[in-house]
Design a protein around this ligand. Structure first.
Ligand code: RIB
Length: 649
């Protein structure tokens, strides 16, 4: 609409319109003047600024200055435009990068175009030194400045916290966050929740991708692996990449890894039967900001409103609650934690002999800690209960446990005793002899166990080993009896194991030497000793036989398992790997026969490398042998059926 058209509509000359608009209207009649003004306003004619000011005529254009990287860019513009249209207003958009100067330049440009008000996407006050006109701020990131009034906001930080709380409540103690660079504040929120709940920093592994290529090339492997039970993706595109990657590595979502999206999107309704996501009332925020701005413009009101909007959780199907998995999944571990000095030589010295070591390694160990790490690596939920010294070794052992997803609340630091130590001699065949200095392990007592009784309450299994005091073993056994937790016990470092300890143990896992310690009678065969243990009330006796396999005795079976083809270089911790893998398989409701075969493979893999915790396999490694394990299990069951028919078992 131009000045000629306005003149035509008003039925006056161009000079009359010009006079009215320039305030030189003394000789113009009141009626004509009002008519011109009405037509100017109805047609949104943009008059000269001076005139507008004088006559308070509202220009129907609104400016929006929005950051290019605003994650809600399209949604915000859409909602603002829709709300403006409803009120007969129009939008002029300026997209800027993060620089305050650039925003100021855009603001000046908008003012020159005569907009009536401006919406600015910014967390700080923008001071333009020109004329004043209403400004409403939109903020979504971190805190905005105190003097920033007329602000409509939601906080990504709060949304990050909401996502983290959701995952923690569902039992996800270690998570991956595969986000984009603009989600930095969201990530801060996630981390704050885990930190407040005293999780180690490793509990949240994150990657902020610069682009989708970067996410795919570098982020996927870091954030999605067996160490994490859940992953938060920055947006629907990243969800797509994760689904493809999970398919490639054979990971089932959400069975093996829960999924949550940091930003809702319609498409998430159709993936995997619905991907759980955090959503923001972006539309509502845009609409309310527009309503407020127009009110300021039309009613010429001063205002100081600051209005926050909360994020919401769109509950769909990809976050599994693993917190109650406890009835079967949770595994309490009561045992020793040591710093191992592994001395590799040709021979293990006999009394009076001195030998030269070929190599020396110092690594975290201890039967309890090894078993807990073994469980953690295989994706089980291990809760370690034990005692460390407040020393360097203690910190290293603690870190190794935390790094492998072990729950740490049952670990206490002893102010007086040093951390336990083990001196492990390995000969050229990989056989070992171990001397243990108990240190702080010895001070694990009934009181500490009672303090952590809650851990046992919903634990199906307790791994109990004997490098702790006899009193602690008895106390742990007693707690397990009251909570119905089944004990899997390794009877090492015990001269003569007492009936009091054995009675009612569900799974006893000795090696041959330990069997001979329990029953030194030479004339008894191993089967007879196992039979005797059964009669003493041990429900399942599983004797580990090194490279010869294992032997199982219970009410139903008396069964030998073949050894597997792994080349042992260090047999230390083979039994710990066996026990943790067996416990994980049982906690996944696998049959005992299957669990023993699975455990033999885990032990076999462990002894092919030095040390214990690092040498133990994780889930990924075990997947390589999955088919062999299953085949062996079926073969074993077939043999059992046949033998049973002939009465041989
Ligand atoms: O089972 C192996 C473990 O026994 C070693 O790590 C050592 O610390 C001892 O406890």
């Amino acid at each position: 609409m131009n000045i000629q058209e306005i003149a035509k509509l008003a039925g006056v000359s161009i000079s009359t319109v010009s006079k009215v608009m320039n305030g030189k209207d003394k000789d113009i009649g009141e009626e004509t003047r009002e008519k011109v003004m009405r037509i100017v306003e109805e047609n949104h004619y943009m008059p000269y600024a001076k005139f507008r000011e004088k006559e308070r005529i509202v220009n129907h254009f609104i400016g929006l200055i929005i950051k290019r990287k605003n994650p809600y860019y399209t949604e915000l513009i859409d909602s603002i435009e829709d709300a403006l249209k409803k009120n007969d207003f129009y939008l002029i958009v300026y997209t800027v990068d993060y620089e305050k100067k650039e925003i100021e330049r855009a603001l000046d440009a908008l003012k020159k175009r005569g907009v009536s008000g401006v919406l600015i996407d910014s967390s700080c006050v923008i001071c333009s030194n020109r004329e004043e006109r209403p400004i409403v701020y939109l903020a979504y990131g971190e805190d905005f400045e105190n003097e920033q009034k007329n602000t409509f906001y939601f906080r990504n930080y709060e949304a990050g916290r909401r996502a983290a709380e959701k995952l923690l409540k569902a039992g996800h103690q270690r998570i991956g966050c595969l986000l984009s660079e603009s989600d930095r504040v969201f990530l801060k929120g996630v981390k704050s929740v885990y930190r407040e709940q005293h999780y180690p920093k490793e509990a949240v592994t994150s990657y902020l991708g610069k682009s989708m290529e970067d996410v795919i090339e570098n982020g996927l492997e870091i954030c999605i692996n067996d160490n994490q039970s859940a992953v938060i993706a920055g947006n629907a595109e990243i969800i797509g990449c994760i689904l493809r990657y999970a398919e490639q590595i054979g990971m089932k979502i959400p069975e093996e890894c829960s999924l949550l999206c940091a930003k809702d999107d319609d498409i998430l309704n159709y993936l995997l039967g619905g991907v759980t996501a955090v959503s923001y009332p972006v539309r509502r925020m845009g609409e309310e900001a527009v309503t407020h701005l127009l009110k300021m413009i039309i009613e010429k009101q001063e205002s100081e409103i600051v209005r926050g909007f909360e994020s919401m959780m769109q509950e769909r199907n990809t976050v599994r609650d693993i917190s109650r998995k406890g009835t079967f999944g949770k595994i309490a571990v009561v045992g020793s934690m040591n710093m191992d000095s592994i001395i590799e030589g040709v021979l293990i010295p006999l009394a009076g002999e001195t030998v030269i070591a070929k190599n020396l390694l110092i690594l975290p160990g201890g039967k309890g800690a090894n078993q807990a790490v073994g469980v953690g690596k295989l994706g089980g939920e291990a809760y370690m209960i034990g005692r460390l010294g407040r020393d360097v070794e203690g910190r290293i052992i603690y870190k190794s446990l935390a790094d492998n997803g072990v729950h740490m609340e049952g670990i206490e630091f002893d102010e007086c005793a040093a951390s336990g130590k083990a001196f492990v001699h390995i000969d050229k065949n990989g056989e070992n002899a171990i001397v243990v200095y108990q240190g702080a392990n010895e001070n694990l007592d009934e009181i500490q166990l009672k303090r952590h009784e809650d851990i046992f309450k919903d634990a199906k299994y307790c791994l109990l080993s004997s490098e702790i005091s006899r009193a602690a073993m008895i106390a742990a056994k007693e707690i397990c009896r009251t909570t119905g937790t089944e004990i899997i016990c390794k009877p090492s470092a015990i001269e003569k194991i007492e009936e009091e300890i054995l009675l009612g143990i569900e799974y006893l896992v000795p090696n041959e030497k330990e069997m001979n310690h329990i029953f030194p009678e030479r004339k008894m065969s191993m089967e007879e000793k196992a039979e005797k243990l059964l009669k003493l009330g041990v429900k399942n006796i599983i004797v580990t036989l090194g490279k010869s396999g294992a032997y199982l005795k219970n009410e139903k079976y008396s069964m030998y398992f073949e050894g597997n083809p792994f080349m042992a270089i260090d047999t230390t911790g083979g039994a710990d790997a066996f026990i943790s893998a067996m416990a994980v398989a049982l906690s996944e409701r696998k049959e005992l026969i299957y669990a023993i075969i699975y455990a033999s493979y885990a032990a076999g893999i462990t002894v092919t490398r030095y040390g214990v915790q690092e040498a133990m396999p994780d889930k990924k490694m075990m997947r390589i042998y999955q088919e062999d394990i299953e085949k062996e299990y079926l073969k074993k069951m077939e043999e059992y059926k046949n033998e049973k028919n002939t009465g041989a078992w």
